[in-house]
Design a protein around this ligand. Structure first.
Ligand SMILES: *Cc1c(COP(=O)(O)O)cnc(C)c1O
Length: 418
């Protein structure tokens, strides 16, 4: 597949090969990352990258759409089927533009939006001040309960009553617990707000029915397509029929020009995979793995925000170890275990060296790892944490990690060929 690159540009070829090796030989635990199937990968590298298709199926601004219309309709139909959604827009280039397009479809710039604060697990685009969503709108941010590390629905309701947002956003990038979307909907309705739910991290868990779906409880649901959903990098908006006209207009021509048809074709493939019966097993194993990993880490004395996990991710609070996240994340990376440092609720350390570590199981579960391997991983994390300055120990862990990786090669596909 890469032979043309090898012939034409050995520099880029070599870099891609190095990245492929890195991905194969490390335990990748950044919870927003995954491995896609070869089928999804090949669709993203197909001739569809050559095609302009501004507009929507049946109503384009360029000719030659005999095939693109079929592909986009297929992706939309599969998305609607998978999530039982009334309507879908599969054109957002990624999760962030999907969110901005959604806000601008529903409300005016300057209106009040309310989302989870970034240091408490919210996403930049939920109104954090460095994001345009925190600048174009009057942003009010809710926080987790610092004592429990959990969403406090009564407090969110009080804040909503006080500020009367036009949009209430549910969803998170670093929240290890189940989210009750019905409660968000109740709060939104009680103040006349739209409920926008961003299921970027958990879309695969929702598709696999191991997390409550936001679809019945939100006016509009946004998502990325490349996290637990295991598709190409991209974004998607699912909504009730009554909003799709405004959403479509907001995505194109409001936010974007031409859709990335190669990505949309890959999304159709990924949604096909997610519609296959074994995807539910994958989703369930992601959660089982995260739970076992959490248990083992707590046995080693690690403090986990909220005391565990219900989903694919774990947020570790290192303050009881007298540590911050960055040195541990860097030492783990040297041992080929890749995760990211992250703020924890109530963190007073800055965003460049916060007190937490965020890790997740979607990618390692794709490789076929199970509970047994989670126990090994917990042990390595603990060993590296106790030996931050000891390169010999870190190297030894790294060797063991690579041996484990060799036993779990990247699968080419996740479904039976048709
Ligand atoms: C990852 C993420 C996004 C946006 O993703 P990009 O594709 O990186 O723009 C939006 N919302 C949430 C909750 C996320 O976790």
């Amino acid at each position: 597949m890469l032979s043309a690159i090898e012939q034409m540009d050995s520099v880029v070829f070599d870099l891609i090969q190095q990245e492929q090796t890195r991905q194969a030989n490390s335990i990748r635990m950044i919870p927003s990352e995954n491995y896609v199937s070869k089928a999804v990968m090949q669709a993203t590298g197909s001739c569809l990258t050559n095609k302009y298709a501004e507009g929507y199926p049946g109503k384009r601004y360029y000719e030659g759409q005999q095939i693109t219309d079929q592909i986009e309709n297929l992706a939309r139909d599969r998305a609607k089927k998978l999530f039982s959604a009334e309507a879908a827009n599969v054109q957002p280039h990624s999760g962030s533009p999907a969110n901005l397009a959604t806000y601008l479809a529903l409300i005016e710039p300057g209106s009040t939006i309310m989302g989870l604060a970034l240091p408490h697990g919210g996403h930049l685009t939920h109104g954090w001040k460095v994001s345009y969503t925190g600048q174009f709108f009057n942003s009010v941010q809710y926080e987790l309960n610092p004592a429990t590390g959990r969403l406090d629905y009564d407090k969110i309701a009080d804040l909503a009553k006080q500020h009367k947002p036009k949009i209430l956003i549910s969803g998170s990038s670093a929240y290890p617990r189940a989210i009750d979307f019905s409660k968000f909907d109740e709060i939104a309705k009680s103040v006349g707000a739209y409920h926008v739910s961003d299921m970027a991290h958990i879309a695969g868990l929702v598709a696999g029915k191991v997390h409550m779906s936001p679809i019945p409880y939100a006016d509009v649901v946004t998502t990325t397509t490349h996290k637990t959903l295991r598709g190409p990098r991209g974004g998607m908006i699912l909504c009730k029929e009554e909003y799709i006209k405004a959403i479509n207009k907001s995505v194109f021509p409001g936010m974007q020009g031409g859709p990335h048809m190669h990505t949309i074709s890959a999304l159709a493939v990924a949604l096909g995979e997610a519609l296959s019966p074994n995807f539910a097993d994958y989703a369930a194993q992601i959660v089982a793995n995260a739970k076992r990993l959490a248990e083992k880490l707590m046995e080693y004395g690690f403090d986990l925000v909220s005391g565990g996990t219900d989903n694919h991710l774990i947020l570790m609070d290192l303050r009881n170890k007298g540590l911050t996240g960055k040195p541990l994340a860097k030492a783990l990376d040297r041992a080929h275990i890749v995760m990211n440092y992250n703020s924890v609720p109530g963190d007073t350390a800055g965003p460049f060296n916060p007190s937490g570590l965020r890790m997740g199981t979607p990618a390692i579960t794709t490789r076929g790892m199970k509970e047994e391997q989670m126990e090994l991983i917990a042990r390595w994390i603990n060993t590296v944490c106790d030996n931050l300055e000891n390169e010999d120990v870190i190297n030894k862990c790294g060797k063991e990690v690579q041996e484990l990786c060799a036993q779990f090669p990247l699968p080419d596909s996740f479904v039976q060929p048709q």
